[in-house]
Design a binder for this molecule. Structure first.
Ligand SMILES: [Zn+2]
Length: 198
C-alpha cells in the first residue's frame, strides 16, 4: 500500500462543488431538486437542494447517527467574486468557519476541508490522527469503500478469504473507531447548528 493511499483523502467524502452546481444550472433563485453522487452508474447518495437566493442554499438530507436517522436541514451561504473577463464566480462560505471555498464535504454535515481536517492525495496537510481517517483505513482493509456515514460497521460483509476471527476483530475495532468518528461529527454538527441558528 502506498503512503498516499494510507491517508484518508477528500475523495472519500461526498463533495459539493459550487462550480459544478453552477455548470449544471442549479444556481438559479428558486431552483429546487436533488443532487446525487453516483459511482459505476449507481446512485450512492443524494441530498435535497433549494436555492433560496443567489446568496443562500438550503441543504436537506438524512444521516444515520449510530442507528438513528436524523433529518438535516440548514442553509449554506454563497458569495460571488468578479472574474477578469467579466461575469462572476460563486464560492461557498463554509458553514462552520466561514472560509470562502469552492468545495464543501459531507461528514454528517457539510464543511470545508480545513474544518474536516482532510488531506488531499499527495499532500499531507495534517499529521493528526483523526477517527474518520482510521475508519476509512479499516474499511479499506475490509474491502468497503463506503464511509461510516453511509454504511454502519455491522452491515459490512466478510471479504472472501478472510478468516472469521480476523473479520470479527476488525469489525469490533471499526465499531469503536466509528463511534469516535461519529463523536467528532456530532461535535462539528452541534457547533454548526449553533452557528446557523437564527
Ligand atoms: Zn470550514
Amino acid at each position: 500500500m502506498s503512503r498516499a493511499r494510507e491517508k484518508n483523502t477528500v475523495e472519500d467524502y461526498r463533495a459539493l462543488d459550487v462550480r459544478e452546481l453552477q455548470r449544471h444550472g442549479v444556481l438559479v433563485a428558486g431552483w429546487r431538486g436533488k443532487w446525487q453522487w453516483s459511482r459505476d452508474g449507481e446512485v450512492r447518495a443524494s441530498i435535497g437542494l433549494e436555492v433560496e437566493s443567489l446568496e443562500r442554499l438550503r441543504l436537506c438530507y438524512q444521516v444515520t447517527f449510530q442507528g438513528r436517522a436524523e433529518a438535516k436541514d440548514y442553509p449554506v451561504r454563497v458569495t460571488w467574486t468578479p472574474c477578469h473577463l467579466g461575469g462572476s464566480r460563486p464560492w461557498f462560505l463554509c458553514p462552520d468557519c466561514g472560509r470562502r471555498v469552492a468545495k464543501i464535504y459531507s461528514h454528517g454535515v457539510f464543511a470545508c476541508r480545513h474544518c474536516l481536517r482532510l488531506n488531499y492525495r499527495c499532500q499531507q496537510v495534517s499529521k493528526r490522527d483523526v477517527a474518520s481517517d482510521r475508519s476509512f483505513k479499516l474499511r479499506d482493509t475490509l474491502g468497503c469503500d463506503e464511509g461510516f456515514l453511509s454504511v454502519p460497521a455491522e452491515c459490512i460483509p466478510k471479504p472472501k478469504g478472510m478468516h472469521w476471527r480476523t473479520f470479527n476483530r476488525k469489525i469490533a475495532q471499526l465499531k469503536a473507531v466509528d463511534g469516535r468518528a461519529w463523536g467528532d461529527a456530532r461535535a462539528l454538527l452541534d457547533r454548526l447548528e449553533r452557528r446557523v441558528r437564527p
